[in-house]
Write a protein that binds this ligand. Structure first.
Ligand code: A2P
Length: 277
């Protein structure tokens, strides 16, 4: 399994295991342990997923050394601002049973319900992430769900995001944001790379998958990687976990990549500005 290399030289495994919506407790512990057992070394967590304690138990149970794992955390909307972010970081580390994170992200760019404007809040939160980075408590920092307009102000900062985690999958390419990421060497990570599983029923995708003798899920993961994205597929099933990272033995043709880019019916993603928490 290859790695991507972030702008600061930190290596990050090319496929991660997502934990969004994974039910807390035994289900989550079992799932993350199985993911690690089947070879995943990159685990994508977040405080708001409500399952970080379980992820932490699974990391311990795995027996894999901490330095072999790449762990991402995210600061939630309600914890933005300098002091709150610092406290949220400490709690996440405690829950995940680690004393550092490999990557820490601002989870959402905007929350209209909050009293300060999002630019100010993001800038204060970013200052906290920058200080954590400088103190060696996180190996890399970034953002999530940031569209072009949200990213622009942070590009003026001393240290700019190394990662932007977005909803990306066939039929949803977020072109203008991705263009900006490429310009500034910000690695795009793809959440819901299988379109939350819904994509897998697409007839066009099924036909492409049949031609390659691969599953629809493998086509989605490969599409992500060929675009230079870092996919974060999730499954609770061992066979699917294995399948989702077995994509090294084929290459999608350009014409199929293009057909997947515009797969119909899957282009509406979350608009971060429209979601109020
Ligand atoms: P399950 O956990 O039962 O395997 P995404 O990663 O885009 O959010 O998609 C996750 C959804 O896709 C989950 O519902 C998961 O269900 C399903 N899924 C994950 N991998 C596969 C696969 N290889 N084949 C079919 N469904 C899958």
């Amino acid at each position: 399994m290859e790695n991507y290399v972030l702008r600061n030289g930190v290596e990050i495994p090319k496929i991660g295991y997502g934990t969004w919506k994974t039910p807390d407790g035994d289900t989550c512990i079992q799932a993350v342990e199985t993911a690690i057992k089947t070879g995943y070394r990159h685990i994508d967590a977040a405080a708001v997923y409500g399952n970080e304690v379980s992820v932490g138990i699974a990391l311990q149970n795995s027996g894999v050394e901490r330095k072999e794992l790449f762990i991402t955390g995210k600061v939630w909307n309600t914890e933005r601002g300098y002091g709150r972010t610092m406290r949220a970081f400490e709690k996440t580390c405690k829950d995940l049973q680690t004393d550092y994170l490999d990557l820490y992200l601002i989870h959402w760019p905007a929350s209209p319900s909050q009293y300060k404007c999002w630019k100010e809040l993001n800038s204060e939160t970013w200052e906290a992430l920058t200080d954590l980075y400088k103190a060696g408590k996180v190996r890399a920092i970034g953002v999530s769900n940031f569209r072009r307009r949200h990213l622009l102000p942070l590009l003026q900062e001393e240290i700019i995001p190394m990662v932007n985690q977005l909803q990306l999958h066939p039929g949803m390419t977020q072109d203008d944001t991705i263009a900006l990421c490429r310009e500034y060497d910000i690695l795009p990570e793809a959440y819901s790379p299988l379109g939350n599983g819904k994509l897998l029923n697409s007839d066009s995708l099924r036909m492409i998958a049949e031609r390659y003798g691969k599953s629809q899920a493998q086509i989605c993961v490969k599409w992500s990687i060929q675009h230079g994205f870092l996919p974060l597929p999730k499954s609770l099933h061992e066979e699917r976990m294995k399948m989702n990272r077995s994509v090294d033995d084929f290459e999608l043709k350009e014409e199929d990549m293009k057909a997947l880019d515009v797969l119909e019916g899957f282009g509406t993603g979350n608009d971060p500005d429209q979601i109020t928490f």
